[in-house]
Write a protein that binds this ligand. Structure first.
Ligand code: MN
Length: 350
């Protein structure tokens, strides 16, 4: 079923790329799967499903999440945010310090949901040194050259859709747990099937995961109804500081170090908060600036007409047309000013 949509609908990736990744996975006996730093549901769900299915197929599979940022930015114990811990009941992913050891034990290193060294904190050198055995599965428009084999399909709603198609082709067993991880991946990146990237390919894949036993209400509760009061208080402060520009078409929000200190919220608890600004009917572009210990992280979302991947690109970032991001070590207020100017130019153009 999935093969029908997998290959024909990927204008930016090719059938050959898909087949190359499948062939490497089939051949490898020991595999290290990793995703990007500050991981989201798509990266974590894709990684978890690939590990579970690979192990069920008799492979040895290790998982890893770069965690150098975590040490400075949050008090949490792991690079995996608590709302996604249910994806790792059989064991948590390793951290950056174990990369070389695990990569050298593995025949294949698979990077999911990113193709940018900027998202793989602290691993660039070690990955480059092993490039010949690195494969990438990603759906971001801003592609890098992390792997010697790469299947990049920017038309895929989530990396989870692509991983599902790969597992289907490999014939690796996808049990209820793996199906849940894939569903969580796609549900996260589509905002629970609300964003414009929601397409028949993603919905058909999701239906298949339900058939395999994924429990939708449980996944929803674990991802979206798992907040601590600290996160709601952080949101309260963020909304209190909401600024609107360009006839209310541009929404800008900030979360400062002092907001984390006052509320006790963690850096990972800012995930999805930017979407709150899109409740406003006039807003076409939303920007959230988050001040962290060593940098300012900026997220962009757009509703239509504006390519925020290009906007973030002006500041050295990237991502998707409707969702992108960047990082800078400049002062938050100075960056905000530059971004408001850039967004205003874009909004005046359309
Ligand atoms: Mn993704």
């Amino acid at each position: 079923m999935c093969e029908n949509c997998a290959i024909k609908n990927n204008p930016s990736g090719t059938d050959k790329d898909f087949q190359s990744v499948v062939a490497c996975l089939r051949e490898a006996q020991t595999i290290l799967v990793l995703t990007h730093a500050r991981p989201d549901g798509d990266g974590l769900g894709s990684m978890s499903a690939m590990a579970a299915a690979g192990r069920a197929a008799g492979k040895t599979v290790y998982m890893l999440v770069p965690d150098t940022a975590r040490r400075s930015d949050s008090q949490s114990q792991s690079a995996v945010p608590p709302r996604y811990e249910f994806l790792f009941e059989d064991g948590m992913p390793a951290g950056t310090s174990e990369f070389e050891k695990l990569a050298d034990k593995s025949d294949l290193v698979v990077v999911v949901d990113t193709c940018a060294f900027a998202q793989l904190d602290g691993l660039e050198q070690a990955l480059r040194a092993r490039r010949e055995k690195v494969a990438v599965i990603d759906h971001h428009a801003t592609a890098g050259d992390v792997g010697s084999i790469q299947w990049i399909d920017s038309s895929a709603a989530a990396a989870g859709v692509m991983v599902g198609e790969i597992l289907e082709d490999l014939g690796w067993p996808v049990d209820a747990g793996a199906a849940e991880a894939l569903f969580a991946a796609v549900a996260s990146d589509t905002g629970w099937f609300r964003f414009s990237n929601t397409d028949p390919r993603a919905l058909r894949a999701a239906a298949g995961w339900l058939e395999r036993g994924a429990q939708v209400d449980m996944i929803y509760a674990r991802i979206f109804q798992y907040d601590r009061p600290e996160r709601l208080h952080l949101m309260e402060r963020m909304l209190a500081g909401l600024e609107l520009y360009c006839h209310e078409q541009l929404a800008v929000m900030t979360i400062r170090k002092s907001d984390f200190e006052r509320t006790g919220a963690r850096a990972d608890e800012t995930e999805n908060l930017i979407n709150e600004a899109l409740r406003l009917k006039t807003v076409k572009v939303a920007v959230l600036l988050v001040e962290q210990s060593d940098c300012v992280r900026v997220s962009f979302r757009s509703r239509s007409g504006i390519d925020v991947a290009a906007l973030a690109g002006r500041f050295g970032g990237g991502g998707h047309a409707r969702a992108s991001g960047m990082r800078t070590t400049d002062d938050l207020d100075a960056v905000k000013k530059q971004i408001v100017t850039a967004c205003t130019e874009e909004l005046e153009r359309i």
